[in-house]
Design a protein around this ligand. Sequence first.
Ligand SMILES: [Zn+2]
Length: 177
Amino acid sequence: MSAAQEGLRRPVVVFSKNYLPVSQIPVKRALILLVSGKAEPLELEGCGERIPVHSPSMVFLVPPLIRLTMNHIERAWRVPGVTRREVLRRDKHTCQYCGSTRHLTLDHVLPRSRGGSDSWNNIVTACEICNSRKGNRTPDEANMPLMNRPKPPSHPLVAFAEHFWREHKRRQRQAEE
Ligand SMILES: [Zn+2]
């Protein structure tokens, strides 16, 4: 793959008009937004170099961050239902007791037989071994602490913004070293 092609694979991070990181798009789409005036470059210390995009006659330098100049229309979102698929996704397909990624099941933190509900706060991903070891007990009783306190998944925009700033800080620390 040529350097130019590789550049095209680098994603551009889009900020909303009010400076919140909202999504990641391919560099070509970012270029279209810039050229049509729907976005402008956003300067942020340590955000990386501009990405060259070649057309037959010229080179555009696309900034790694852009900011929309219009209001960002948010798609409606609500907390998803507690399904196996959504719980596994929230827990990153990892047993919340031992970290295993194999033979995953769902576990009621407070067992159902003892009044535990089917809610986001009471269902976690557990491997078969941990699930049967824990049995009809709470994590405390079984002496099996949870790796994360179970809670509903966060809004995708919030999750994206948190991820962006975490990565940004990490890159800045790396640059300082
Ligand atoms: Zn486990």
